[in-house]
Ligand binder design. Structure first.
Ligand code: SF4
Length: 350
């Protein structure tokens, strides 16, 4: 789709006139240091600004420099990430800190291609980091940008098609070529997050409404166009909350896949096998089933139905080479646990 040069100029100036840089205070903007920019951009992947702020503040207080992050354990980094979700980001951030601290001698890359070789950094994040930290003219293209551009210019190309991605990236790059890059990228993201929102855009107060294609044509609900909708799958899990009154069993999930590296209760495929499981893993102890609780939980791609079996054992003792650890209320804060476990702890353990 060919877009008229004057439409691009109008869009640019309307959006920049609307933007007041201090309108959405973000702690990482107070201190435009490359380390802060990088940490904030990784945290902001698929996560809203208001959710990120408290995590960011705690994280940079504990790891003020890239060398501090590189010298820490992965378990501790995950602990500081606990509750923010998408934990592969934390593991990649930790890996990347070692690359920057030890292989690059603490010197951060400056250009887009060098950033693309850093673990956990894709095209969007590389564009954001290089524009915010170095003012390089690299346009960010994320869900906010797709939405704003598709609605304003009436672009019907699907945003998840190769052709559509190329078309949006070319347009975004054309727009940024004549404006201050950092200001522009921040302006369009703020606009998408606060005015041209996914479900209820504030069209009546929008300063772009007289020229916005979707507003004039009444096609806001249809834009942006997507080929596929996310298909959620169902997942059932049985958790065993095995305790002896104070202490309980936890195990660490494997590093790969969902909730990688985080702790949770032991799991069991079939509840009919609880007796065998206890005999094998908690030797020399009688037990009784105290409570069975069902907790539904949603992730982006999964509807989880979790059943928690509370098993009271009279004596918890671990086998040699056991995969489990013994936790209690006092040392629980040293283990990073995932969102579903947190939900259980909040409901049943205060
Ligand atoms: S008029 Fe509505 S749809 Fe168009 S840019 Fe403004 S908020 Fe978005």
């Amino acid at each position: 789709m060919e877009i008229d040069h004057s439409d691009v100029s109008t869009f640019r100036s309307q959006l920049l006139n609307w933007h007041e840089p201090g309108d959405r205070p973000m702690p990482w903007k107070k201190h435009p240091d490359i380390y802060w920019v990088w940490i904030s951009e990784i945290m902001l992947q698929q996560t809203r600004v208001d959710q990120v702020i408290p995590f960011f503040e705690r994280f940079v207080q504990r790891f003020p420099k890239v060398e501090d992050l590189a010298a820490s354990s992965e378990g501790e980094v995950l602990k500081y990430w606990e509750g923010l979700g998408y934990y592969s980001r934390a593991r990649n951030l930790h890996k990347a800190s070692k690359v920057i601290a030890y292989e690059l001698n603490g010197v951060f890359p400056e250009n887009l291609n060098d950033w693309l070789s850093i673990p956990g950094v894709g095209p969007y994040t590389a564009a954001a980091i290089t524009s915010f930290a170095f003012n390089h003219p690299n346009a960010v293209v994320d869900g906010n940008v797709y939405r704003v551009l598709s609605r304003y210019f009436g672009i019907l190309s699907p945003i998840d098609s190769t052709k559509g991605k190329k078309e949006f990236a070319t347009l975004a790059q054309k727009i940024i070529s004549e404006v201050p890059p950092a200001d522009w990228n921040q302006a369009i993201m703020d606009f998408g997050a606060t005015v041209c929102k996914p479900n209820q855009p504030d069209c009546s107060h929008c300063p772009l409404n007289r020229d916005c294609h979707a507003n004039l044509e009444g096609s806001i609900r249809e834009l942006p166009v997507k080929l596929k909708k996310i298909q959620k799958t169902d997942w059932s899990i049985n958790y065993l909350h095995v305790h002896d009154g104070n202490r309980f069993l936890l195990r660490r999930r494997s590093k790969d896949g969902i909730w990688g590296g985080l702790h949770e209760f032991p799991t069991l495929e079939s509840p009919g096998k609880i007796g065998n499981w206890m005999q094998k893993n908690v030797p020399d102890s009688d037990f009784c089933i105290k409570k069975v609780t069902q907790i539904p939980h949603q992730l982006t791609h999964k509807n989880i139905s979790a059943t928690f079996y509370e098993l009271k054992a009279n004596h918890l003792k671990l086998n040699e080479n056991s995969d489990f650890v013994l936790a209690d209320e006092k040392n629980l804060t040293t283990f990073a646990v995932h969102s579903l476990m947190k939900k259980y702890f909040t409901i049943f353990m205060g």
